[in-house]
Design a protein around this ligand. Sequence first.
Ligand SMILES: Nc1ncnc2c1ncn2[C@@H]1O[C@H](COP(=O)(O)OP(=O)(O)OP(=O)(O)O)[C@@H](O)[C@H]1O
Length: 337
Amino acid sequence: MDNKLLEIKNLKTSFRIKDDYYAAVDDVTLTVNKNEVLAIVGESGSGKSALAFSIMRLHNRAKIEGEVLFKENNIVELSPSKMNKLRGNDMAMIFQDPLTALNPLMTIEDQIGEALFLHNKKMSPKERRNKVIDLLNQVGIPRPDYTCDQFPHELSGGMRQRVMIAIAISNNPELLIADEPTTALDVTIQAQILDLIRDLKENMNAGIVLITHDLGVVAEMADRVAVMYAGEIVEIADVHTLFENPRHPYTRSLLNSVPSDGHEGKLHVIQGIVPSLKHLPRQGCRFSARMPWMDESVHEENPVLHEIAPGHHVRCTCHEHFYFPKESKEVQNDGIS
Ligand SMILES: Nc1ncnc2c1ncn2[C@@H]1O[C@H](COP(=O)(O)OP(=O)(O)OP(=O)(O)O)[C@@H](O)[C@H]1O
């Protein structure tokens, strides 16, 4: 049985800066299966949110090329009215900051009720309120009846995020995109929200795209992981393989810059930052500038993703030669987290 839910082929999302377009997502190809969490990781500016917003077609002025296939539609070409039917119904998104995503002037009941109404106009007000209470129960709000009449600013950050999740799941979406859903929350609440997202996957058989820069969250939640750098996927593998046998120099640097339990040695710190959109490298291995100690000849001229083991893809052949430099790029593990 085909388990594929979302298939992205050669997706390119470009933003206009002055007179030119610059790709923030460049030639991304990946799939998301039912009942699977695909994590997208990478530093700030690597293109994770641009990818998520492209899947939901939430960019206003971007140029989007390629295919995003979902339920026999190519989202890139879908009319706005058909897109509105899919969005919030078959596919939904949880944003990083619920305070900006929720309407400050509407009660919680009205906001969740509006999401329900948009996709089911036949529900009576009473049925709708009951469904809102059901949803608030489902996401672990302790007094749903009371919360129904509250406004977003009256709730804690964790409660607001639960409300956002209630809106996102109100129409039983098959695909859920969560963009840094726990970044703004403290650790205890973060764990509760992650539990909730995991339950959704299992109970609703949903496919989840989880965008995060937190590798702890990835280890806990993901089935597969795609690593993004400068708009490209540089490595994709199941979560176990990615942590046990990371290959791409960028993935290895990311993993090496996080102290693990009992880590006694040195940490590698990736020097530099992801360049701004206009200055992203467009040719050759995009990560090469951040490993200047490696000989140029180890890189492919036009790096592509190679399947080095079933389901494990790595961009560029430089991973075959990569090593961490002995001095200067390493710092003592002094408990940085
Ligand atoms: N609407 C836009 N117009 C112009 N440039 C944009 C726009 N949205 C994103 N960018 C640029 O595209 C690049 C990728 O941004 P994106 O937000 O996708 O990165 P990210 O990996 O999600 O980072 P973060 O973790 O900080 O959210 C960045 O250089 C960003 O400045």
